[in-house]
Each structure stands twice: as C-alpha cells, then as structure tokens.
Design a protein around this ligand. Structure first.
Ligand code: AMP
Length: 463
C-alpha cells in the first residue's frame, strides 16, 4: 500500500507532485517524499506523516526543477521510520537515481542476502533498496539498460517511478499487481497510481501503463518498452474492493461502479429481511448503494464518520475498548432505533472493527443487525503490498461464517461469493486478477518463509 507520482517537463514539478500526493493520501499516511531534478542534479525532501505535515510552501520552494517523483508510504515491508521513507536516492559516480515503489518484492530477502555476501551495505530495511543495489552492480553503462537488468532479477509486485537528472521512468511488473496511469498536462507527461491524482492537477488521462511495460520519458521523447516475458495477469482485486479511491478508474474499471455492482450481487446472493441498508462509512458506501438499489430497501446513513481523526489519538486512560472505533464512527439513533438493519462493509480482516460497530448499533437501539460483506472471507495474507496480517490473525481462518457472525454479534452474516466478485469487476473467468487473499492461490510461487524474514529484519532494525 503506497502511492506514486511522477512528472516530466513542468515548471512547477514539485508543486504538482505535492498535489498529486494529496490525491493519493489514502494509499499511505506514514511518510511522504518528493525528489525533483533540474537536468543536472536531484533535490529531495521526505518526512513522516501526512503530505500536509511534510510539505510547506518553503519546503516546496527548495525543490527546483522541471522533473519530479513523489511517494506516500504505508509500511508493508520495512518498518516505519524516516530512513525507510521514499523516494530512495542513490548517488553514483556516473549519476544519481531516485526510486519510488508501490508493491512488495517477494524475493527481496534472498536478493539482499546475496548482495550483502558480495559486500553491499544497506541503509534501509525496505525491499525497494535492493533495486538500487542491483542497478549499481549491473555493469551496464546505459542507465535504462542497468534498470532493465535490475528489474529482471525481481519477483513480485512493483509499480515504480524512477527519476534521473533528466529522465522519468515508469514501470509496472508483468503481473500488473498495482495500478499506474500515464497522463498529460500542457507539455508535461505525468505518471500516477490513480486517476484521482491526474484529476486534481487537471491532467488528461492518456492510458494505463500496461502490465510488464516500462515507459521512458526524456528529451528524446516517450518510449514504451516490453522487456519481460509474457506471464499471467494478477491485478489486485482488493484495489477495487477497498483500497483505491472510488472516483478513480483503475485496471480499466471505474472503482465506484465496480463497488456498486458488488453491492447489487450481494443483495441477490444474500438478501435480508430488513428495514434499512446502512453502510460502514466510507468503505461500505458504494456497495450499500448497490445493495439498496437491488433489494429495494432504503439506503440510510445510520453511522456518521468523523473525518478529522488523525493517525494517532491520545486516549484517556479510562477509555473503553471500543474507543478507537467510537472516535471515528457514531450511530444516528433516530435512523437505526427499532430498525432491522442490513450493515454493509467491504471486508472483515481481524473482525474487531465489525464487532465494535455491531455493538454500537445495538446500543443505539437497532433491533436486528444483518452484516453483509462485499467480498469473500479473507484467508490469505497478501505478499504483494496490501497490509493484511498473518494467517493466524485473520478471523476467517478460525471460524466458519456462522462462527464469525457469533464473534461479531450479528444476527446474520453473509459474504459475496468469489464468482460474483469476479463478475462485478467484469472478469467472470478470473483471468485478470489476483484473488489470493480469498483462495491462498498465490500467482507467484515463492518461499513465503523468506518473505516473512524481511519482516523479522525490520523488527531488529534500530530507529
Ligand atoms: P477488522 O476486521 O477489524 O480487522 O477491520 C476491517 C475493516 O478494516 C474494514 O472496515 C475494512 O474496510 C478495513 N480494512 C480492510 N483491509 C484493510 C487494510 N489492509 N488496512 C486498513 N484497513 C483495512
């Protein structure tokens, strides 16, 4: 979970990157960074927190140049501290390079072990740093060749934006796990994780970067390379279920429309004898619209979200256990009181959030609560960049659906089937998407113990 942005040939490159990151803030709130280039040198600024915490007018003024890349980070591989903030920058005798990454490289630990045995010293615990080391060791003089050589060593999910003093490069791994868009603004080329970022800066979406495509943009023009052997597509379906913004278009689909369709299918597959349809805001809103439409039940905002809760909240020492959810969500008593409620959310991960919400709705007087979830039970941890916990922490690995219903305190519980989810995203054969979180059928054969080792490495790192 991260967001990336890049721009080539705009006099306000840093400012537009800042705006682009603002529109991608939902993809990561732990750190933010921008690296700019003026044709000769790179300039960088990174910090912990929201984009608005890290960048001020003064900071942006110190980032000159007409090229830039930016990153918002939500740590999946690598712990959360400033050294791990991206873009990562490397200076070599023949030139500098900055890189921003969304995804997880599943063979990062093996690559790192081999590089360290060969004398490399790493300064972060992120999987992204192996790419810089590989580029440095490629023995290829041409930088694009060196990058392509490095990319060939990687297994896993990597959507990248790379900056040299005069070139912007965009990469999507051959499986296409994470999205990446190409857009235009005036005479500038833009790369961004989602169209929401292009919209904010008034860039015109040109097309999505294809799985396995490398786009090189510099004074010689724009070049599209297809350096990888063909493989299956494995775009992350959870981007459409939860992660991307509903106003974005990714993987050729409107996120909003896909979610509404999931809700329609959910109503057909799991109807409920109820009075109103209530979403868990914001994650359940679009599926609830579809559920209400297909079931004919009225849609009501029975829970209101406080949009001004920051990342950390100092709890009073007497706070009860549902405080974390209560500070974000509050029931509307006149709406839910005495009603049979269909409560819609996108997913249950550990089950603790749903449990607290159900409890809150009961206290507010709801008579019955029928929970409906717009994707199948999550049983597999994600190794490709979504921050889902280990198998043991996923509630669907402990209970069946009836057991989960009891755990969260719902009168009934139902999930959308995998077949209906795939239909909702227009891929009934399941040829375009990674659905490993619902099946544990991982598209890349990999040593998952090794993947976990990079997480162990994080824990031993010093701050
Ligand atoms: P829980 O079942 O308590 O672990 O939380 C489930 C809630 O977290 C749902 O409302 C989801 O919208 C949301 N959610 C699902 N996946 C993630 C994720 N990777 N990071 C943060 N929130 C998530």
């Amino acid at each position: 979970m991260c967001g990336v942005f890049g721009i080539w040939n705009h006099p306000e490159a840093a400012h537009l990157t800042y705006m682009g990151l603002y529109a991608l803030q939902h993809r990561g709130q732990e750190s933010a960074g921008i690296v700019t280039a003026d044709g000769e040198r790179l300039f960088e600024h990174k910090g912990m927190g929201y984009v608005s915490d890290v960048f001020t007018e003064d900071v942006l003024k110190k980032l000159p140049g007409h090229l830039a890349i930016g990153h918002v980070r939500y740590s999946t591989a690598g712990r959360s501290f400033l050294q791990n903030a991206q873009p990562l920058v490397a200076h070599r005798a023949w030139g500098s390079l900055a890189i921003a990454h969304n995804g997880n490289i599943v063979n990062a630990f093996s690559l790192r072990e081999a590089l360290e045995r060969d004398g490399a010293i790493f300064s972060t615990t992120t999987d992204t740093e192996v790419i810089l080391h590989l580029v440095a060791r490629s023995r290829r003089w041409d930088l694009v060749d060196a990058i392509l050589w490095a990319l060939h060593q990687l297994k896993g999910a990597f959507t990248l934006v790379i900056l040299t003093p005069d070139t912007l490069i965009g990469v999507r791994d051959p499986y296409g796990f994470r999205p990446l868009w190409l857009g235009r603004k005036d005479g500038a080329w833009v790369l961004a994780s989602e169209t929401s970022a292009l919209d904010l800066i008034d860039a015109v979406p040109e097309r999505e970067v294809q799985p396995g495509e490398v786009i090189v943009i510099n004074e010689d023009g724009i070049q599209s390379l297809k350096p990888f052997p063909a493989t299956v597509r494995a775009q992350c379906i959870f981007e459409l279920v939860y992660f991307s913004r509903p106003d974005s278009v990714i993987f050729g689909r409107s996120v909003s429309e896909a979610r509404v369709e999931m809700g329609r299918w959910l109503a057909r597959e799991a109807p409920a004898d109820a009075d109103i349809v209530v979403p868990v805001p914001d994650s359940g809103v679009h599926a609830a619209i579809g559920y209400a439409e297909a079931s004919g039940l009225p849609f009501q905002f029975g829970l209101i979200r406080n949009h001004y809760v920051g990342r950390t909240f100092i709890q009073p020492s007497q706070a009860n256990r549902s405080f974390g959810v209560k500070v974000k969500l509050n029931p509307v008593r006149p709406v839910v009181g005495g009603k049979r409620v269909v409560l819609i959310d996108d997913s249950i991960v550990r089950g603790t959030t749903s449990r607290k919400i159900v409890q809150m709705l009961r206290q507010a007087g709801a008579r019955e609560i029928h929970v409906r979830i717009s994707c199948p039970p999550i049983i597999g941890p994600c190794y490709y960049g979504i921050d889902t916990p280990s198998e043991e922490e996923l509630i669907a690995n402990h209970y069946d659906v009836a057991g989960i219903a009891r755990f969260i305190g719902a009168d009934t519980l139902a999930y959308l089937s995998l077949e209906a989810l795939l239909r909702s995203v227009g891929d009934p054969q399941g040829r375009e998407f990674c659905v490993a979180c619902y099946t544990r059928d991982y598209p890349i054969p990999a040593d998952h113990q090794k993947i976990k080792q990079i997480r162990i490495l994080e824990r031993t790192a010093v701050e």
